[in-house]
Design a protein. Structure first.
Length: 384
């Protein structure tokens, strides 16, 4: 029996949550279908993590002037004029992106389904809709979208061109439909798949840091950007230090807040308490060696990093935002708090002071399966 063909569209395989989430999903899709990965913005550091056997196509990333000249050389006069009219009459940047993408050549191969995996990215959405020929079009929403209220009407029409939209959590569904209510009939949730074996194996590749038994190691992993909440860490570290706690708080990740966090750490006298590890293609040795994992995000879709900390059976403190609570029970296998300095500080003080509570969380979390493999039934059922 001939296997169905899937086009999987993403922007890049740079280090980040969405590219990382795509890897176990691609692994499972490949077991059932022939998969081609299309990338709109180049390869990225995680390109070697794409499962072997998946065809990778890097799409041309030209500026609009180059696109027009290229189309004219191919004598595509009608298509070029139509694109230019749409571009210059566009009401917003979204319609301009649409005009640019529609000028690009459509892929010759026909697929049974095409998946826009970065469904909050206009370029990824339009590439899937207009450059890929497929019987069914699917979009994935991984959290809060970047679109402004004045753009909701335009985006709602675009989302309605898809046959199915999967949000990565129940909370994500609710948030998405509050902005795009007409999409209700095509929206469902599908939790991200989690690789529960690879991280353990990769954690043994090197030693993340020298672990001192008398100094607790706190860990946070994620892009250093405003929505991820690391801006609170210097103040929380100052509170812990003033309470007499000794610790090292390691931040794995890079981003726009790096210098701000370093500067504030110095001004608060806690620079020696915070270690900046930068972006790590393999962050798992840090997970393995930490004592407490903290995820201070202000907003989330379905945070994979807390599930990965759970795989390592670590006591976890996380902010109760988006789909964070899905899969956990507060006080049993995680401590969920509001995204503010006071609540995160209090939770850390509690865990740093209470060995029994840390063990309680770790033991309970060790009994759970976070792979979410059962979620594959939803997309397989829709594609088939």
């Amino acid at each position: 029996m001939t296997r169905k063909k899937i086009a999987f569209v993403n922007t890049t395989m740079n280090i980040g949550g969405i590219p990382k989430a795509s890897i176990p999903f691609l692994e499972q899709l490949q077991k059932i279908y022939d998969v081609t990965l299309f990338l709109t913005d180049g390869e990225g550091e995680l390109i070697d993590s794409v499962p072997k056997g998946i065809k990778i196509v890097i799409l041309p990333n030209e500026n609009y002037k180059s696109q027009i000249l290229g189309a004219l050389k191919q004598l595509k006069f009608y298509k070029t004029i139509k694109s230019m009219v749409s571009y210059f009459l566009a009401k917003n940047w979204i319609e301009r992106v649409k005009a640019r993408i529609k000028l690009k050549d459509t892929q010759e191969e026909h697929f049974d389904a095409a998946i826009a995996y970065f469904g909050m990215n206009a370029k990824c959405l339009f590439t899937t809709l207009y450059n890929i020929k497929a019987d069914k079009k699917i979009a994935f929403i991984h959290g809060d979208h970047p679109f402004e209220k004045k753009e909701f009407s335009t985006m709602e029409k675009i989302y309605l061109e898809f046959d199915k939209i999967f949000c990565v959590s129940k909370a994500n569904v609710k948030s998405f439909l509050s902005d795009f209510p007409k999409c209700k009939t095509i929206v469902d949730f599908l939790h991200c798949l989690i690789d529960v074996n690879g991280p353990i194996s990769k954690s043994k590749e090197y030693s993340a840091f020298s672990k001192k038994s008398d100094v607790p190691n706190i860990l946070s992993v994620g892009r250093l950007s405003p929505e991820k909440g690391q801006d609170m860490i210097p103040q929380i570290a100052e509170i812990l230090k003033n309470k007499g706690f000794d610790f090292i708080w390691t931040l794995v990740g890079d981003g726009e807040l790096m210098e701000q966090i370093k500067t504030e750490s110095i001004s608060r006298g806690v620079f020696d308490k915070i270690s900046f590890a930068g972006a790590q293609q393999n962050p798992y040795p840090y997970f393995a060696n930490c004592d407490i994992f903290v995820h201070p995000s202000y907003t989330e879709g379905y945070p994979i990093v807390t599930k990965e900390a759970a795989i390592f059976e670590k006591p976890i403190i996380a902010t109760n935002v988006g789909g964070q609570s899905e899969g956990f029970t507060n006080g049993v296998d995680i401590l969920l708090v509001e995204p503010n300095v006071e609540e995160i500080s209090n939770a850390l003080i509690r865990l740093l002071s209470d060995d029994e509570m840390r063990n309680h969380l770790s033991q309970n979390i060790s009994r759970k399966d976070f792979s979410n493999l059962g979620e594959m039934k939803k997309i397989v059922s829709f594609i088939n």
